[in-house]
Design a protein around this ligand. Structure first.
Ligand code: 5RP
Length: 222
């Protein structure tokens, strides 16, 4: 099975999972990336069964609107039933690395608000220990060098993602060489560096459910 077919299958599985819980007042949070894009396409087929979506990036907001789905600002929303998004890595406890698409900060905010966070991925994303995928860290531009030095002090090798500016006007450092044995501790430690907006470890708010596409079918971890 081709990777695109796995992404489409897991996106459809997420739609099947949420559909019985949606009503005309429901608001759905939507992530960013190629798997989230497949989810948006599948979500469009049930767009008359819920009220609106909240997007984790400008790109996602555009794709939702193009498919006729109403997009709301998070600040105007009281309750978000679900957040559905991909990941760059997940461990077996559903701690994640996210931010390969540079949308980590808004993704983390929308995930924090949601009642239930459903992560969708193909099986290549499941790992025993996070850290093979370089950890994205969003930084205020003037703090880039300072934060990079601090990340070296934590044992990482930060590389500036050249040419990328986030939706919030900031830069991304991708930190190589970390073996993340305690995701909650490292998430907290990096977030305490002055100039860091947030980092791509999702451990304090991990996923509630991981839907994993395999050639044998969809597996659910929770
Ligand atoms: C974007 C993300 C994505 O969820 C992550 O990069 C996975 O993307 P894809 O579904 O394209 O593999 O965190 O910031």
């Amino acid at each position: 099975m081709h990777q695109d077919e796995l992404k489409q299958a897991v996106a459809q599985a997420a739609v099947d999972y949420i559909t019985p819980h949606l009503n005309k007042d429901s608001i759905v949070g939507v992530g960013t990336g190629s798997t989230a894009n497949c989810f948006i396409d599948a979500l469009a087929t049930i767009k008359h069964t819920f009220d609106a979506a909240v997007a984790s990036s400008e790109e996602t907001a555009s794709r939702l609107r193009e498919r006729g789905i109403n997009v709301l600002e998070l600040n105007s929303v009281q309750q978000l039933r679900f957040y559905i998004d991909g990941a760059d890595e997940s461990d077996h406890q559903l701690n994640l690395i996210k931010g390969g698409g540079a949308a980590l900060t808004r993704e983390k905010i929308v995930a924090a608000v949601a009642e239930e966070f459903i992560c969708i991925a193909d099986e290549s994303k499941l790992v025993n220990t996070l850290g093979t995928f370089p950890l994205p860290v969003e930084v205020i531009p003037m703090a880039r060098s300072y934060v990079a030095r601090k990340l070296v002090g934590l044992g990482g090798e930060p590389i500036w993602r050249q040419g990328v500016v986030t939706d919030n006007g900031n830069y991304i450092l991708d930190v190589h060489g970390l073996e993340i044995t305690n995701p909650t501790e490292l998430e907290t430690e990096i977030n305490q560096i002055t100039g860091v907006v947030t980092n791509g470890i999702f451990a304090m708010r991990s996923a509630d459910i991981l839907l994993l596409a395999t050639p044998e079918g969809i597996k659910q971890l929770d």
